[in-house]
Design a protein around this ligand. Structure first.
Ligand code: SIN
Length: 386
């Protein structure tokens, strides 16, 4: 995992100050004034010497199944591996034109609905969280660009959990706190996992993160799933981000890469338990309000069989307003191995959390927290971030 020389120098000086290499690079990319130099950030859509194309097994996904989920036929996907990261796969936007709209609408309208769980449940009475879309759509539609206005509740949404609901305090899943995993997202995830060589993957839990331009996601490892052999899938929509993928220890320097709307990551094998983080959300390069792939007219025949109903023009108006300064990421996980249960599944030899207290998994807004990342009481930060 050779790092560019600027990062090597930076990490060395950070280490002298007692800061680990990952945190040093995280802070470098999080900085806004002056903005960080992005010249060594990998952009998979442009190619890079650290990146190599990966052939997916074309027979693993039929064109019909791909089409139902809004994906291009598998022979058109552009998949890449990354030098030094076996088990890591990056798929550059395999969605059919117009299809991301449907998944974005699901993320904003359907998945935040009960019985799914969201950050706002901690602060608001159930009648106010019952339908965030309904209570926000007019406010979002009327929102004037570049003007500060009161946030709609949808804009206060930070996370939603699906299936086995992740407990942020215990960092565990349990059989007692579970709701049905959305069938459409399960099907999309199975299409991707089959294409990437994981035909037995069973989507059981989802964490959706909703980022705004000043949000970041702390350094963490996803290790709360008793089943760590299954891959973790990650889908991104809206504005771009810098994603940092590190090693099994925070002393190793992470690699910085851009994730754009429609991109999918698969973390499996040795890459499943690596430290990672999102230090920065960025507007899509080029200056438009939305990335061009979100402005493409829908492909195909609207009568084609599909998993998710089309996003209407009125719905897209709301989604587009939201995405002008937001990014949505969905991660999908298998929690239990086939035939596993919570009582026996936890491997006692494996530490529950190798994440340091300082940078646990959390979404943080610079606006609320100040330019510096704030201290260790992350529960308080999470509660504040609504
Ligand atoms: C991302 O937003 O791309 C990362 C989400 C995660 O690590 O859970």
């Amino acid at each position: 995992m050779a790092a560019p020389s600027c990062c090597r120098k930076m990490a060395a000086s950070g280490l002298e100050n007692g800061e680990d290499a990952f945190r040093m690079i995280f802070r470098f990319y999080k900085k806004r004034n002056p903005p960080a130099d992005l010249s060594s950030v990998i952009d998979f859509s442009r190619g890079d010497s650290r990146v190599r194309p990966v052939e997916l097994s074309v027979g693993a996904l039929t064109d019909q199944d791909a089409l139902r989920a809004g994906l291009q036929s598998l022979d058109r996907w552009k998949a890449y591996g990354l030098e030094g990261y076996p088990g890591f796969l990056f798929i550059s936007n395999p969605f059919l034109p117009g299809w991301q709209h449907r998944w974005v609408r699901q993320c904003l309208k359907s998945y935040p609905r009960k019985p799914n769980v969201c950050n706002l449940d901690l602060h608001m009475s159930p009648e106010h969280t019952v339908d965030l879309w309904e209570s926000s759509k007019e406010q979002l539609r009327r929102k004037a660009p570049n003007r500060r206005s009161q946030k709609s509740v949808l804009e206060k949404l930070r996370w939603v959990t699906l299936g086995y609901h992740y407990n942020w305090d215990t960092k565990k899943y349990s059989g007692e706190h579970q709701s049905a995993f959305p069938g459409d997202l399960a099907e999309l995830s199975r299409c991707v996992s089959r294409a990437c060589g994981f035909p037995a993957f069973t989507p059981q839990a989802g964490i959706l993160n909703y980022y705004h331009m000043d949000s970041s996601l702390g350094i963490h490892v996803d290790e709360s799933e008793p089943d760590r052999r299954s891959p973790l899938l990650s889908f991104s929509f809206g504005q771009s981000c810098i994603f940092l993928l590190g090693g099994p220890s925070r002393e190793l320097q992470p690699t910085a890469m851009l994730m754009h709307s429609g991109d999918i990551m698969v973390m499996s094998g040795p890459s499943r338990l690596l430290y990672h983080a999102v230090p920065r959300i960025l507007s899509f390069p080029g200056g438009g309000l939305l990335p061009p792939c979100l402005s493409e007219p829908p492909a195909g025949d609207p009568s084609d069989p599909c998993l998710v109903e089309p996003c209407s023009a009125q719905e897209w108006e709301v989604c587009a307003q939201y995405l002008r300064d937001s990014r949505v990421n969905m991660t999908v996980r298998q929690v239990l191995e086939e035939g596993g249960s919570f009582s026996v599944a936890q491997d006692p030899a494996a530490p529950m959390s190798r994440v340091s207290k300082e940078d646990e998994y959390h979404l943080e807004d610079t606006e609320a927290a100040g330019e510096e990342e704030v201290g260790p009481n992350l529960l308080v930060k999470r509660k504040k971030s609504f």
